[in-house]
Design a protein around this ligand. Sequence first.
Ligand code: ADP
Ligand code: XUL
Length: 534
Amino acid sequence: MNLYLGLDSSTQSLSAIVLAVDGDRAHVVFESSLQFDDALPRYGTRHGVLPSDDLSVAVSPPLMWADALDVMLGRIAASGLDLRGLTAIAGSAQQHGSVYLNAGARSVLARMDPARAPGEQLTGCLSRPVAPIWMDSSTSVECDELAAAVGGDDALAARTGSRAFERFTGPQIRKFFKREPDAYAATDRIHLVSSFLASLLAGRHASTDPGDGSGTNLMDLSTATWWPEAVDATAPSLGSKLPPIARPWSLAGTLSPYWQVRHGLRAANVVVWSGDNPCSLIGTGLVREGLAAISLGTSDTIFGLMREPRIDRTGTGHVFGAPTGAFMGLTCFSNGSLARERVRDMFALDWIGFSRALAASPPGNDGRILLPWFVPEITPAVAAPGIHRFRLADDDAAAHVRGVVEAQMLSMALHSQWMHVELDTLHATGGASVNREILQVMADVFGAEVRQLAVKNSACLGAALRARHAHAAAEGRPLEWEAIVRDVVVPLPGTLRPDRHRHAMYRDLMRAYAACEAEALGRAAAPSELRIKN
Ligand code: ADP
Ligand code: XUL
């Protein structure tokens, strides 16, 4: 029996899934998760992020991710699984974040001491102690500079799949170079979160893949190579500091002696890691065009496979590389679970109370609309956070609960139209996808059936499936993606179905929602019937 390990280093947690493959049959035999704040409190994060007075800044300690990997591999070693079958390991990580290493990292990675945890050994390898992550929105100036240097946002989007976005790695690198030129000069390798963790497992610098490379504003989507014009416009000598981009099923090496000795693991193949959204594409079974998934994690994302890249002319979406070698369209919303939690906590509810309030309030919220931008929003671009209430009394708990969920679903439906995906079925994933009341609003707004999946952490499952795919390819007997996802990406019984009348109502409400959004963004006044704003 072969075992395939998938790891997922997300914003708030690290998860692991082990997939056992016996003949043609595959099933999940191990699942575990740890929250960074609880498991590694010495790093002082909240929800996985270091506290900051400046709301536009979001950074995390990369050594915390390294130590979390150690804790998780220790758990797997102690799980009782027969790990002699451990064949390949692949990973998924939050996208866009970057880790800055000096020239000393090469030898430290290759010769770590198995008696000691990784974090303390890597301290001297960092040329920047923190890693900016996807929640950072502090690089508007650098976005403008990068776009201007390559002929504007449309040119950048046509070449890389996205206009300049604050959280994307290129603008983040440029900000670091401008603010800390000496530390930038001392940087030998800039990894994505994914390629940093793959390097740690393999004991040498790993490549990135087109899925995560396309989240940098620096990769030519058509060739999956760094685009020199954007790289040169970002920072000097950047070309030599970036990892190579390898095909998504490439091997980064084998598990290094450090992990073999420290946790008694065998020299399994280490597959290049990818971003959580590309991995989720596989873990939700979207290996053909026409299906879409919504992930309700820390961020909310809506995505689907694309055979050919269709760029978003409205400028809110992205085209990334997909683990299959094709492409994926994606729109990301930063006010996802954290915004739902903020509303839950404002009214001292738990999730059961939240769901009850949702079920007890009228669909359409009697025309009351809430724009829940508790943190700077990615889609639509909102730099100064704030919540906006239209006809909504600020002490009405149920209307706030419904307001946050309806606004999120309406916003997702509105801002994913550019993908032109015919939606009759949506696969729901991420932590909040256990909540059927939220999923019913999703079904009604999109007018689509919504399926919950047996394995909730689709990014982690996708990583395990990628490990299997890459191992088969390396052995010269490639497997079809359809066959890889068949046994394990299975919907739970109890598909949520849309109600025709409610869907029609939401189509009208979407126009009102769009008008409120335009007003809150200072683009146009909302129509007078919506102007009763408080
Ligand atoms: P990430 O992978 O981005 O760290 P997850 O996909 O694990 O996040 O989702 C975690 C989130 O799921 C929590 O922050 C929480 O807000 C949300 N969540 C968990 N249970 C429920 C529930 N019953 N209803 C709504 N949201 C929930
Ligand atoms: C996608 C994005 C987030 C992160 C964290 O563009 O910024 O979804 O990948 O999950």
